[in-house]
Design a protein around this ligand. Structure first.
Ligand SMILES: NC(=O)C1=CN([C@@H]2O[C@H](COP(=O)(O)OP(=O)(O)OC[C@H]3O[C@@H](n4cnc5c(N)ncnc54)[C@H](O)[C@@H]3O)[C@@H](O)[C@H]2O)C=CC1
Ligand SMILES: O=C(O)/C=C/C=C(\O)C(=O)O
Length: 484
């Protein structure tokens, strides 16, 4: 798979000039596996112009049912090349095959199917309104709302769930009738390129979907998101990058949908099913080596369960074997920096805390150990800053009020997990957690129709179901006087 830009319905081979490409690195062993083209300003301009052209051309003329059919064709195309997608996602990210085969790639196809269904079944809002006497009319009026696409949508996505998160935005944007220019993470360009091939084969009109590769600041990402002819930006990534993108967007008042970082708490109450809570926390803290924005990094356990919970969680962490690497050497160094900081802050390291030795090619990769910490106060940086690695800090609490205060003591508010068998407690506590999503006795159980996103520094707006379709479209209300 050679990453390539896809602009106006045509692939562009990487420029012959090496300065316009950068290396693609396998995080499992640190080897260079290919080169990625870096889109300059001119390529981004062409992609945005192609998207604008598509809106004025055949793509813009399609109705909802035809767009739904196009989305289904893309989903079928992903399914047809399933193994290629899985291999490419594993090669770019180093993630274990089951994760890509059971989550990333099926969800990418699922994103297109979900939005095909939603757009095909979408109905308009309407109201009958009594006409007041002062208006000179009589009887009733009919109000109904039509929705138009926003126009050219920029999609900027991260490296952790590359195709899943790219398609999570591209699918609803296309469903609502927009044209898209997507820029995947520079670390993970391959499945996005395969997606462009699938879109091409599915016969979407040229310019409806465009793909440019490259870096963020001072590169393709910034050129795209600060572009004056972009009508909306959908971004998933770090809070710092969200802030930078918003600065550029402010210049043109471009609307943004942001899904940003998290420092997600898990609350384990004394009445919890301990086995389920331990296994659930192993999943929520260590899946994809903690490189999912929803991962748990703070665990609060009610005192009667605390000792047994941490002992068991640390044991499970030490026993983990088939985990993937950090995405890059830079990210590994960042996570290891946090492990060092935790020690400096006085943490007790119950599991991990370093670099594993496998004794083979993987020792050249970017692995860090699954790590369990305890003993830090709520003010410690380790307990406050997003680490985005396989690590959680576990602390005890006594009362429900204390648990809520600890959970909410964060600048982030993405997701939380509650472990309890007390139904009343679950319903009492869940709405009081300052988070966009609260899972009770489960984690990352997804229904694509539900709102997805965060509060505070974790994001702006919600994705999922009609929430995405609302963001990617503009309502116009039509009021018709019917008379008596
Ligand atoms: N969903 C999440 O919560 C994610 C959080 N992170 C966190 O962010 C840290 C940095 O990782 P990065 O890969 O650098 O994430 P990032 O947020 O900087 O990158 C995500 C995407 O934004 C683009 N981008 C970066 N700067 C940009 C700019 N100024 N304008 C436009 N586009 C820009 C990147 O090229 C990439 O496609 C990680 O260590 C991790 O802590 C990273 C990925 C996902
Ligand atoms: O949509 C999902 O199921 C998962 C989303 C995860 C992220 O947005 C993330 O890790 O950034």
């Amino acid at each position: 798979m050679t990453p390539a830009h896809y602009v106006d319905g045509a692939f562009r081979a990487p420029a012959a000039d090496d300065s316009h490409t950068f290396p693609l690195i396998d995080p499992v062993d640190g080897t260079v596996t290919g080169r990625v083209p870096e889109a300059g300003r001119a390529t981004v301009d062409e992609a945005v112009a192609a998207a604008r052209g598509a809106l004025r051309g055949p793509w813009g003329a399609l109705g909802a049912a035809e767009r739904a059919a196009a989305l289904r064709a893309v989903a079928d195309g992903i399914d047809a090349r399933f193994e290629e997608f899985v291999a490419a996602e594993c090669a770019d990210t180093g993630k274990p095959r089951p994760l890509a085969a059971q989550v990333d790639i099926p969800r990418a196809a699922g994103n297109f199917r979900a939005y095909a269904d939603l757009i095909a079944g979408r109905h308009e809002e309407s109201y009958r309104t009594a006409v007041p006497g002062w208006s000179g009319g009589a009887g009733e009026a009919l109000n109904y709302t039509v929705r138009r696409p926003l126009g050219v949508v920029a999609v900027v996505s991260p490296w952790n769930l590359p195709l899943l998160l790219l398609t999570w935005k591209v699918a609803p944007a296309l469903a609502a009738g927009n044209a898209v220019v997507a820029k995947p993470s520079e670390e993970t360009p391959s499945t996005a390129t395969l997606l462009a091939e699938v879109v091409h084969a599915a016969g979407l009109p040229r310019g409806a979907f465009n793909l440019v590769h490259g870096h963020g600041p001072g590169g393709a990402g910034e050129f795209l998101t600060a572009h004056e002819d972009v009508d909306a930006i959908a971004f998933t990534g770090s809070t710092a990058t969200g802030t930078a993108i918003m600065r550029g967007a402010a210049e043109h008042l471009t609307p943004v949908s942001f899904e940003l970082g998290g420092k997600n708490p898990a609350l384990v109450f004394a009445d919890a099913d301990l086995d389920a809570a331990v296994e659930g926390t192993v999943r929520s803290a260590f899946t994809h080596s903690g490189q999912i924005c929803l991962c748990t990094e703070r665990v609060y356990v009610q005192r009667p369960l605390f000792e047994e919970f941490v002992t068991r969680l640390a044991g499970r962490a030490r026993a983990l074997r088939d985990y993937g690497p950090m995405i890059s050497a830079a990210h590994r160094d960042k996570v290891l920096g946090h492990y060092r900081l935790a020690r400096e802050e006085g943490a007790e390291v119950l599991a991990g805390g370093g670099v594993p030795a496998f004794g083979g090619a993987r020792d050249g990769g970017f692995f860090v150990e699954p790590t369990v910490l305890t003993g830090l106060p709520p003010t410690a940086r380790t307990v406050r800053e997003e680490i985005f690695g396989p690590v959680c800090h576990v602390a005890p609490f006594d009362t429900e009020e204390e648990a809520l205060a600890l959970a909410n003591d964060s600048s982030y508010g993405l997701a939380a997990t509650l472990w309890t068998t007390d139904l009343s407690r679950a319903h009492r506590v869940a709405p009081r957690v300052e988070a966009g999503m609260v899972w009770v006795n489960c984690w990352n159980l997804r229904d694509l129709r539900t709102p997805f996103g965060g509060v505070k520094a974790s994001g702006i707006g919600r994705e999922g179901g009609t929430h995405s379709l609302d963001f990617f479209s503009e309502p116009t209300n039509v009021c018709v006087s019917i008379g008596e």
